[in-house]
Design a protein around this ligand. Structure first.
Ligand code: SF4
Ligand code: SF4
Length: 340
């Protein structure tokens, strides 16, 4: 199952959710790969501390014109949809930063005056963090197009029960590239006006991509109900709320995983994983996940301090399934809570 953890804006706790979910699910015996697709600023490694064992370069192709062969017909500029090549006066000029490497100009050039040259765009690297497989992309400093690096990160993912992709923030091309083909998207937000505004943008993006999604509210505060009201109106499930807890901020600042430093929060991630599996996992995988969750040591879920947030124990509102009709998870069946 391919799960993307995304957010409409940066700083909402997307990496906190992705790294903790991945590490904890791997600890339950599931085959899990964590992929950091936030290639401009990958930081999942700060918490998972992987041992990296491989890497490979990501190359970008762009055209180079042989002026001796060019007859200045201008066809290359006419076919390019990105204004990356143009006949300006007597000279063909290439703007590599605009080129999408489609190869169109190479194909239409009558005297074959255009060659493709490769430039370094970044790298993909990977390894292990305990039982968890780890992959991340890095965009080269100064490079402008991160979507091809995200594409290569996804191409490098090993097969696993759970592929957990940590998306870049926002709703731009690299985020769309990360979400394309996902089984489920978790939108992480915070209960602020900015958080709500950007959540709405992210929901619209996920609708266009026709992918199932749910919401995690980070730094939740009792009394801040705007996000919850929006989710009810939009028929979006709130999968979990993580309270505005100073001990979480402290663990984050020290580069620690919440599920390691504060084990009572494992319940939050157990609930999150169960709901996503019920919504999107194939039957065999769903059984495996449920079995793993049911075998968790209850002692690791106890001793939880009192919290003003009681959302974890509340039932989900409903699942918004953009791929088919809206379904009520409370409806009975062989698999309660599963979106048909
Ligand atoms: S390869 Fe495609 S995007 Fe790049 S300059 Fe040629 S036509 Fe334009
Ligand atoms: S299509 Fe080829 S020959 Fe025509 S202007 Fe472009 S580079 Fe020159």
């Amino acid at each position: 199952m391919n799960i993307v953890i995304a957010s409409g804006k940066g700083g909402t706790g997307k990496t906190t959710v992705a790294t903790n979910l991945a590490w904890w699910a791997a600890r339950q015996g599931l085959r899990v790969v964590y992929a950091d697709c936030d290639v401009e600023e990958p930081n999942g490694h700060l918490f998972l501390k992987p041992e990296l064992s491989w890497n490979r370069a990501v190359l970008q192709f762009f055209p180079e014109v042989d002026r001796g062969k060019c007859d200045r017909c201008g066809l290359c500029g006419q076919i390019c949809q990105f204004s990356a090549i143009a006949l300006l006066g007597e000279k063909v000029v290439v703007f590599p930063e605009l080129c999408h490497a489609c190869g169109g100009c190479v194909l239409v050039c009558p005297p074959q005056a255009i060659q493709e040259k490769a430039d370094d765009l970044g790298m993909v690297e990977g390894g292990h963090s305990g039982a968890l497989e780890f992959v991340q992309g890095r965009l080269k400093v100064g490079a402008l197009r991160s979507a091809p690096v995200v594409h290569e990160v996804k191409a490098a993912l090993p097969s696993a029960d759970l592929q957990i992709l940590d998306a870049p923030p926002g709703t731009s091309c690299p985020v769309v590239e990360t979400i394309r083909g996902a089984d489920f998207v978790v939108l992480v937000t915070e209960p602020t006006p900015f958080g709500l505004h950007d959540l709405k943008l992210a929901v619209e993006m996920v609708k266009v991509l026709k992918t199932r999604c749910g919401v995690v509210v980070n730094r939740a505060l009792a009394g801040r109900t705007e996000v919850r009201q929006f989710c009810q109106q939009a028929r979006l499930p709130i999968l979990a709320e993580i309270p505005d807890d100073m001990s979480i901020a402290q663990a984050y600042a020290e580069g620690k995983l919440v599920v390691e430093a504060l084990p009572w929060y494992r319940r939050t991630f157990a609930r999150l994983l169960r709901q996503m599996a019920q919504a999107a996992a194939p039957e065999m995988l769903l059984r495996k996940i449920i079995a793993a969750l049911d075998s968790i040591e209850h002692s690791s879920l106890e001793n939880r301090p009192r919290s003003p947030i009681a959302v974890e124990d509340a039932p989900p509102i409903c699942y918004l399934d953009f791929r088919s009709k809206i379904a009520d998870p409370a409806s009975k069946g062989t698999n309660p809570g599963r979106v048909p």
